[in-house]
Design a protein around this ligand. Structure first.
Ligand SMILES: C[S@@+](CC[C@H](N)C(=O)[O-])C[C@H]1O[C@@H](n2cnc3c(N)ncnc32)[C@H](O)[C@@H]1O
Length: 264
């Protein structure tokens, strides 16, 4: 399997923070995706890169028969706990979006919220999303755009991170409509819409505290740096968010593509 070692590291990285504070910030996206896919009782629904199961649990609440898969075992464990606590029958498993362990055409709905765009091999992901979705079935993806505040956040982190391995796809390419058409347009009739969700906070410092403790990529990066580098990343992060100040509050625009499709 391609990028095996990278994905082993990513599975630990994504599971290194509790993630729930980030789910709160991104809940508008989860709502929009489940609404767009019109969750109904009896649908066989696969949520890929499910994290702590935000989309999967919403779909299960609407009666869909849901399986959520994610690379990070720690997040899968939290999703299972949430399903049990809510009395929902969703199933959660560890799995790789590039090599799904499900039969061809086995699902009526396949979804991923700001998830599959983080897998390194984009053509492999696109192939798997198409393979497991039945003809006439529905696809729904939410992907951060290259001009979103999330891309700005990763741009601040990038100089402190190791260079990506050769051949790793650019996460934010999935936020460009023409790229999405190229990846998925042969297998799906696509509708692509740009939407915005705004991150609200009291200060750049508050955003730093949230992400440095709860968001796997930031938490892992912070833990890998020496004091001098950590201090520099901290200052640059806070300054970037403070540039999004509107009066007394931080309001950072985070545009994403809401991609829906019907499988040919
Ligand atoms: C930004 S989080 C989104 C989680 C969830 N979909 C949500 O919206 O709350 C990205 C997720 O993608 C998962 N992920 C990254 N690469 C993956 C891969 N190759 N296969 C499956 N999951 C992956 C991570 O473990 C992480 O849970």
């Amino acid at each position: 399997m391609a990028f095996e070692e990278l994905k082993n590291r990513q599975s630990v990285m994504w599971g290194s923070g509790p993630y729930e504070p980030i789910v709160e910030i991104t809940s508008e996206i989860h709502e929009a995706l489940v609404d767009a896919l019109d969750a109904k009782p009896g649908q066989r629904w696969l949520d890929v890169a499910t994290g702590t199961g935000a989309v999967a649990l919403r779909a299960a609440r609407a009666g869909a028969e849901v399986i959520g898969v994610d690379l990070a075992p720690a997040l899968v464990a939290r999703a299972k706990e949430k399903a049990t606590a809510a009395g929902l029958r969703a199933r959660f498993e560890t799995g790789d979006a590039e090599a799904l362990k499900f039969e061809d055409a086995g699902f009526d709905v396949v979804s991923s919220a700001i998830g599959t765009q983080f897998a390194p091999d984009h053509p492999a992901v696109a192939g798997e999303l198409a393979r497991v979705c039945r003809p006439g079935g529905r696809l729904g993806l939410a992907c951060w755009t290259p001009t979103s505040g999330v891309a700005d956040m990763f741009a601040v982190m990038k100089p402190f991170m190791p260079a990506p391995a050769p051949g790793v796809g650019n996460t934010f390419d999935w936020g460009r409509p023409e790229y999405v058409q190229r990846m998925l347009g042969t297998d799906f009739d696509l509708t692509i819409e740009e939407r915005d969700t705004v991150l609200h906070a009291d200060s750049g410092e508050q955003v730093w505290e949230t992400f440095a403790t709860a968001y796997g990529p930031t938490k892992t990066l912070v833990g890998s740096l020496d004091d001098e580098e950590r201090g520099r990343l901290h200052r640059e992060w806070v300054a970037m968010f403070e540039r999004c100040r509107v009066g007394a509050r931080i309001e950072q625009s985070r545009t994403y593509l809401l991609i829906t499709g019907t499988r040919h």
